[in-house]
Design a protein around this ligand. Sequence first.
Ligand code: NDP
Length: 246
Amino acid sequence: MSQRIALVTGGTGGIGTAIVKRLSKMGHKVATNYRDEARGRAWQEKMKAEGYEVTLAAGDVSCPDQGAAMVRDVEKQLGPVDILINNAGITRDATFHRMTPQQWDEVICTNLNSCFNVTRAVIEGMRERKWGRIVQISSINGQKGQYGQANYAAAKAGMHGFTISLAQENARMGITVNTVSPGYIGTEMVMAVPEEIREKIIAQIPTGRLGTPDEIAYAVSFFVPEEAGWITGANLSANGGQYMGW
Ligand code: NDP
């Protein structure tokens, strides 16, 4: 496959880093965003020490202007974005009767509005060039719901509607749009959950363990090659068998 330009949002995080590495190993030029420059540069140096050249651009993807500016910066440094992985995400858990408007808004803006903000900035270029790969990182909890995560489950379920609509609109333009729905992965996001709750979660996973970021990166990479050009509007669950429905 020819070398492409890939943008992974939230590439400095647990799953994002694994996606950045896998796309780099596939031969693509990869960029990601940072919000805190010092942390972003430190991560970039660490990647460099491991043999990965990753381009950085500043941007909070929950903000439309910053999302668009971040894409423009990446395009200035590397060229037009061919592969977009909408991966940046946060949790602000609370049972709904206690959830604040801020907890709701932060999660919807970061996990769902970000898909609009960043994808809107790349889609016209992909349509002009008649090639593109867009993958949303959703969640098992967007498929089955989760106690204490009405905000997160709503945002992640929304990504599926976004994916299948965008897939229809762009199918004739050489652009595929798909979703990966991870189960529980041993990143900081999940390790921050109290241990007794984590043990209960693991007990519900048929494989008997948390997933790894590399296993999610592998699922993402499935949608990227030329040979995946007929796969669009799909959702790939990667969850150790914890949820086997849609
Ligand atoms: P991490 O917390 O490790 O990483 C999240 C990344 O997103 C960080 O790079 C973070 O950057 C970035 N980010 C957060 N908010 C913003 C923002 N407003 N603008 C730009 N970047 C932002 O999370 P994971 O790697 O675990 O999760 C990655 C994705 O996978 C998320 O969408 C998550 O919902 C999803 N997921 C994770 C699961 C898991 O078990 N871990 C399970 C299912 C889905 P910064 O350093 O600036 O905060």
